[in-house]
Ligand binder design. Structure first.
Ligand SMILES: N[C@@H](CCC(=O)N[C@@H](CS)C(=O)NCC(=O)O)C(=O)O
Length: 284
């Protein structure tokens, strides 16, 4: 599996790069961001890798343009990889009709329903193909991987970790869609990608997965802005995940509520340093 360098910009003594590659799992060309910290560039060493999953409507660009994460990845010596949010340009009827389904809204699950099942396999892409690609092409320590994300990407980070005990050593989420089976965004996406069987939906829902998780002890760091309009509209439902985790001895949670913050990248930029410090502590 090979990657093609699209761009590289010096940033906080490291390099913010964008790569593309052909994904066999998704059946299309995909782009991802990769921040290379100075520790790797100057000292030729291997580093832990932290994966970031973005939310609805995002490409690989929003996070690297808006979060300011590079200064912290540089300071703590982490390679940060952020993939796109869905396959693109497949010409599936309806793929561009709405912001919360199809392009930009892959939900990090493996679709079962046609015409999506052939390409919308974002869970396998993120947890398997992309991990192998990064391990093969970059100086990462394969046993030191963290994952975090925002909104749909926070949901993605949580299910990737809860469905793969031991794969990630650190997990956090900004304003995750924590119980998609119970919210309009999740119901629309799961019905479209998975069909009508709601038992199947639960296999992709962090709250249900937290109820039955029995792997190695896991800590989930959940972050939430108190003035988030999607929290108020009950799209996120962090309280359901926290309750489920509280009843499971294998799970611990850290929950931080941020007074006055909304759902935007201004909020993420304000706390991404705290999250990267948290991951670095667990990964280094
Ligand atoms: N467009 C949607 C919301 C989409 C949205 O807020 N997306 C978030 C993630 S859920 C995001 O990161 N947007 C891209 C950005 O702010 O750069 C709406 O207005 O209801």
């Amino acid at each position: 599996m090979s990657v093609k360098l699209i761009s590289s910009n010096k940033c906080f003594e490291g390099e913010q790069r964008i790569y593309s590659h052909f994904s066999n799992v998704l059946g299309c060309e995909m782009k991802f961001g990769l921040f290379m910290p100075p520790a790797v560039l100057e000292d030729n060493i291997t580093c832990p890798v932290l994966y970031y999953l973005s939310g609805l409507t995002c490409t690989h660009e929003n996070f690297i343009h808006k979060s300011g994460m590079q200064q912290y990845a540089s300071k703590y010596g982490l390679i940060v990889v952020n993939p796109d949010t869905s396959p693109r340009n497949l010409n599936i009827p309806g793929e561009d009709d709405s912001y919360d389904f199809g392009t930009g809204a892959g939900f990090y699950i493996n679709a079962k329903k046609e015409p999506w099942a052939k390409n919308y396999q974002m869970f396998s892409y993120v947890t398997d193909e992309l991990v192998q690609l990064i391990n093969q092409n970059f100086p990462v320590v394969p046993t030191k991987k963290g994952i975090f994300g925002h909104s749909m990407g926070g949901h993605g980070a949580l299910i990737c970790a809860l469905k793969n005990p031991g794969l990630y050593q650190s997990i956090s989420a900004f304003a995750p869609i924590a119980n998609p089976v119970e919210c309009p965004w999740g119901q629309k996406a799961f019905k479209g990608y998975l069909g009508d069987d709601q038992e199947l939906w639960k296999e992709w829902d962090a709250t249900y997965l937290a109820t039955k998780y029995s792997g190695n002890p896991l800590e989930l760091f959940i972050d939430q802005g108190c003035d988030d309009n999607f929290l108020k509209e009950k799209q996120l439902l962090p309280e359901n995940l926290l309750q489920a985790a509280a009843c499971n001895d294998h799970l611990q949670t850290i929950y931080k509520e941020r007074v006055g913050y909304d759902h935007s990248y201004y909020y993420i930029a304000s706390y991404v340093g705290e999250h990267i410090a948290y991951h670095a502590k667990l990964l280094n």
